[in-house]
Design a binder for this molecule. Sequence first.
Ligand code: FEO
Length: 401
Amino acid sequence: MHCVSNIRDDLYWLGASDRRLAKFESVYPIPRGVSYNAYLVLDEKTVLLDTVDRAVGERFLENLEFALAGRPLDYVVVDHMEPDHCATLGEVLRRWPDAQVVANAKTVPMIGQFFDCDISGRTVVVKEGDTLCTGRHTFTFVMAPMVHWPEVMVTYDSTYKVLFSADAFGTFGALNGNLFADQVDFARDWLDDARRYYTNIVGKYGAQVQSLLKRAAGLDIQMICPLHGPIWRENIAWFLDKYQHWSTYTPEDKAVAVFCGSIYGHTENAAEILASRLAGKGVRNIAFYDVSHTDVSYLISEAFRCSHLVLAAPTYNGEIYTPMEDFLRDLANHGLRGRTVALIENGTWAARSGMLMTKLLEGMKDMRVLEGTVTVKSAVKEAQRRSLESLADTIADEILH
Ligand code: FEO
């Protein structure tokens, strides 16, 4: 049975959620599931904006058949060719052989790469600023390369002032009936997943997101329809401001996140002494993660959120303890910059992890390593306790003033 939602007048949501997938892209845990959104406009000409992942393809095709109610499908706009949105495109083009594909020049060859169907003679190739009038609606196409693939574009409907934003402004999380962000407590229940989605998937491409935001600022946007997660029609400026922070690598919160790797608990003990002293000085909402037991996507997200990072890791095979090294390399790959970092190292006979973590941080932009790296030799003794308190005092002064 179909599950089609009317967004307004002749604009419909045809997507579906997947609550069974354990890891998005086989990488990112999604305990709250994920939605794949597709949209249909029933204008004088009918327009489908993107399709969905194979996992929910059957439901989507049933929705599309129902919503069209026997009308032909005239246009399929392809904003993004990643298979979570295009996996069912081939089947749509097969079922509606007269539908024209609206896509840019980078997208067209990708359709040929993914599918065997021949779309020559049924393609409308668009470039930056081109428009498509379908009757009441006029769609303008805005190229958004690397948000999140090179072919990505977004589509602006100047009639309803809707931005179909592709991956931008999306989030992990299945839709639980409420289709709009103003129908849920987004800040409480969704923001962490929205940040984790953005930082891990698009975080590296801050400059390209900035370019899109600047061009979007010239549009009167009253609704954002992303390909994942709730639709925005209220409080859009609040979410845009989050994107402004994330895409410029500006911390969202003046806050401390402690990232700790520990083999037998001694390094963790050092990190806990520091965190406890921070709390004693009045620092609130300290985040504390064991890098061995927390999926790295959560660590990346928290590093984007917080202004001050504490990295505590033993030396391991003469290198940085592996889970911490993996995390730091992932952070560098995501382009994080401009954070203040405090280090705690441990090594029973040759502590090197502090020096090696510093080297990795030097390869990232504008990372400020605080003086006073604490060196633990096996276990925390009185000298290290004093050093940890001193380091905590430095961090607390910065956070609180
Ligand atoms: Fe949701 Fe880049 O795909």
